[in-house]
Design a binder for this molecule. Sequence first.
Ligand code: SAH
Length: 242
Amino acid sequence: MEYSQFRSLIVGSLEKNGLNDLSEQQYELFYAFGEYLLKVNQITNLTAIRNMPDVITKHFVDSLLVSEYIPQTARVLDLGCGAGFPSVPLAIARPDLTVVGLDSTAKKIAFVNEVAKQLGLSHLTAVAGRAEDPQMIELLGKFDAVTSRAVAALQILSELCLPYVRRGGLFLPLKAAKAEEELRDARHGIAFLGGSEPILHSCTLKTDISAEPRCIIEILKLQDTPKGYPRSYAAIFKKPLS
Ligand code: SAH
């Protein structure tokens, strides 16, 4: 797709979804990222989305729905970032942030680090590893905000993510339609891990042909998480916090 067409699509989609306009340089970075994602995706499976209009709405704009909940200059962990969602769009749209992507799949992390290098995003880095890996212990409690999209149900996701949030920081999972249902199972675990009563921010991802329900959940870390969390993945799955 030509840049001019890309630009008019992303400008239109941001506007339709009530998001801020970006600078020319930021549109150029989104374009470079989109082109590179689709190119690499032809040889390595990074995303099921294979055309630019859908990349713009379902990856870029969808990722940016969380931006308004992230405080200025925050250090953000994107847990299970995959090919960089929401981490890369946040790094492009919010140069004030410091963004760390974490994913267990090394090739996705290599891709995100290559994107950061090619686009000159020095405030974005990506780390290969599992959230519940004991080697990650030095990052626990170190982030002002933790985002996560399409990684696990909230009951499990909370145990993976909340330990990484510092006291006073935010856990901001990006969810689709079933947020309320997931919250029912997750509520006690969230409190146990030090999280506040969750606030649900329901919104809609609007495209030219659809309006899909989305929900950003906002959880404030009130207390430090007890030691020993997250547990091993087997333990989390066998006996999720309830
Ligand atoms: N957030 C991206 C990718 C979602 S796919 C997006 O919205 O497009 C889920 C990703 O989570 C996968 O890339 C998988 O490798 C990663 N993942 C799942 N469990 C994980 C864990 N425990 N620790 C780190 N990464 C994990």
